[in-house]
Design a protein around this ligand. Structure first.
Ligand SMILES: [Zn+2]
Length: 305
């Protein structure tokens, strides 16, 4: 399988896998760029079946383990969404006027953007979520896959394009970045949030210990993440497309973890998370979240020159 991070051919299995519909999906690691990808990749039909209405109504994404649902949690967090947008997303651009979100869910971040006076647009794979966002906020939100988005009304239109927890779900994240570059206005910025669970101390330990014990670990959830980024692989990946790339690691505090299993392994993971906290705070590495800010696409710079 060709690596989506570096086009390399060599990869080695990690001791982690998903199981879904009697199929096993093994996480494999590229030694050259650090990208981790499922082998085999789920088919397009399987991926479409992942994102039913249930995606936002249950499990990690629906937040039901916290006794609430995604929508009501987001509704109460509009002020937080405005702060997040200003600090984490818009600050990457000197004078943003427009914002496009890939994977806009029920539109709360774009609604926050409109409240700040931005021209907003977006796309969301779940047609139910997109319809809800259009009804609720009157947003120009399309339902469907970003891969299928018609580029013609979007070329060089957007100052800031944001994708939170999206790229790892795409079959070809590199193709998505090429599309984003086409959509960015001159001076535009691509801001990306990614999970980076395999940067964690607990994951690094498990990668070394599980093979010694002759074990592999089945991960809960459906195999939503076709690829897993780390700090290293994110830098490698985005520097192939942009000249200016900043990648910042952070850690979800242990008291906010949304663990999906009460097993001994997850209790160890939770305990190690407390050790991880000061490490990430001091070293700015080994976190479980990444924010990438990428500007000056390589191809556009070449054209400018
Ligand atoms: Zn690679």
């Amino acid at each position: 399988m060709k690596c989506v991070g570096c086009d390399g051919q060599a990869s080695s299995p990690l001791p982690f896998h998903y199981e879904w519909e009697a199929r096993r999906f093994v996480l494999c690691h590229c030694p050259r760029c650090g990208m981790i990808s499922l082998d085999p990749q789920p088919t397009s039909a399987e991926i479409a079946a992942f994102y039913t209405e249930e995606y936002f109504a249950s499990g990690l994404h629906g937040l039901d383990r916290l006794g609430t649902d995604y929508e009501s949690a987001a509704d109460t967090g509009i002020a937080a969404a405005v702060r997040f947008l200003e600090r984490e997303v818009l600050a990457a651009h000197s004078h943003p006027h427009s914002l496009f979100e890939i994977g806009a869910a029920m539109g709360h971040l774009l609604a926050a953007g409109e409240s700040l006076g931005l021209v907003c647009g977006g796309i969301e794979i779940s047609p139910e979520a997109a319809a809800r966002a259009r009804d609720k906020f009157g947003l120009a939100l399309e339902g469907g896959r970003f891969e299928d988005l018609d580029l013609s009304p979007h070329r060089q239109r957007w100052d800031v394009i944001y994708a939170g927890d999206v790229l790892e779900h795409l079959q070809d994240p590199a193709a998505a970045v090429v599309k984003v570059i086409d959509m960015l206005a001159p001076g535009g910025v691509f801001v990306v949030r990614l999970p980076s669970s395999f940067d964690l101390l607990s994951s690094r330990l498990a990668i070394r210990v599980l093979p010694v014990l002759g074990r592999t670990m089945r991960l809960p959830d459906k195999p939503y993440h076709l690829h897993e980024f780390t700090h290293r692989s994110a830098l490698y990946f985005f520097r192939r497309h942009f000249d200016e790339v900043a990648v910042v690691s952070s850690l979800i505090p242990p008291w906010k973890l949304n663990l999906k299993s009460g097993s001994a392994a997850y209790r160890i993971k939770n305990a190690l998370h407390w050790v991880n906290l000061p490490v990430t705070y001091v070293a700015k590495r080994c976190g479980d979240r990444l924010v990438v800010r990428a500007k000056t696409p390589c191809s556009k710079r070449a054209v400018d020159i």
